[in-house]
Design a protein around this ligand. Sequence first.
Ligand code: CMC
Length: 427
Amino acid sequence: MADTLSITDNRTGKTYEVPIAEGTIRATDLKKITTGGDDPGLATYDPAFMNTAACRSKITFIDGDKGILMYRGYPIEQLAEHSTYLETAYLILFGELPNKPQLEKWTHDITMHTMVHENIKKFMEGFTYDAHPMSVFISTVAAMSTFYPDSKQIFNADSRRKQIHRLIAKTPTIAAFAYRHSTGRPYVYPDNDLSFTGNFLNMLFKMTEVKYSPNKKLERALDVLFILHADHEQNCSTSSMRAIGSSHVDPFSSMAGAAAALYGPLHGGANEAVLRMLKEIGSVDHIPAFIKKVKGGEGRLMGFGHRVYKSYDPRAKIIKQTAYEVFEVTGKNPLLDIALELERIALEDEYFISRKLYPNVDFYSGLIYQAMGFPVEMFAVLFAIARTVGWVAQWEEMLLDPDTKIARPKQVYEGAQTRDYVPLGKR
Ligand code: CMC
């Protein structure tokens, strides 16, 4: 049986053969289906890329119906249980788990790049005290390209590697500085004796103690959360990273764009929105009225639903478990009871069942972050730190893919046809 698709164009009666490869047809193959004359040929209309693969990738696999997520073939459950964020980052970037010397070198390379240029601190001072840390983060990542003009050498493998080290290593420092700025506290420099997440907690929360020592359980919980958020194939921010990077701009500029996409409440801003929603609901008694409003089209149940997962989000399962471990240390987040009851009611409700709406990664992550002492404004920033490795890995894969061209979707033009300019006095 040939791997082809036969298409009959009923407008002309002509039949065309289009090759099928890897479960897809090439959209450009449809161009030959034309009615003649100046008809440019058939195109597909797919706003939001609901059924269009925009690239090939070897990094992350998701089966949304079965609730499967794997990085480089390793199930997320196994990585969350056994790996660390830095080890997982290596896996995502290089395709294989590192051996001991490789992991040591990688950890050293990242740890040695955690400091930021002193001028970065200075311009961060320019933001108002109540500036949203995610806006500060996005702007600072963009500004980093001014400090590293060598980052323009995107086809030089050594330069790419250096920028990748810088991005993974410095995003926690920038994020922590953004947080300290918002609280009016002095910036804390990185402590290279600590783990990736241990040092991050140090830069956020160290006060007058000589040496900060992170709570091991919270350090591990944050590491697990970072593993769960490290990559998620072609989501809104990652496809922004690829699209911007396809213009051959430097990775700092591309990543500022990706982080901006992540900021939105339908993407990485969702866990902040979940917390605000839970606060607004206020008590378990108010849940039925809230659900009624959502079903009536007034707002959404934040932290529910996913473009890809239509059975459950495997990250949400792990996060729920992690939440209980964190609450053992911090005490229970008082909003947990509302979240649990909301989840219970929604999962029994025909509206959510028929639309296959389940808790996603963000439903519980905000509760954990809040219990750990993060203000809600920091939630998307935490997501961005973890996602940095996914963005840079996908960016590099895009650059090295011979199929890559500058991203440039088509449109279906529905505007006015040619008409003559009318002088102002005659309109
Ligand atoms: N609450 C209530 N109804 C919903 C929700 C929700 N959270 N999500 C989807 N729906 C309804 C929607 O109204 C529509 O109903 P109908 O068919 O009657 O018009 C149907 O479900 C399909 O929704 P959609 O908007 O076409 O689905 P989508 O795939 O475009 O959207 C989504 C996916 C994640 C943007 C959406 O589910 C949503 O807005 N969820 C809340 C925000 C959220 O939690 N985002 C975090 C996503 S996970 C983290 C990440 O990767 O960024």
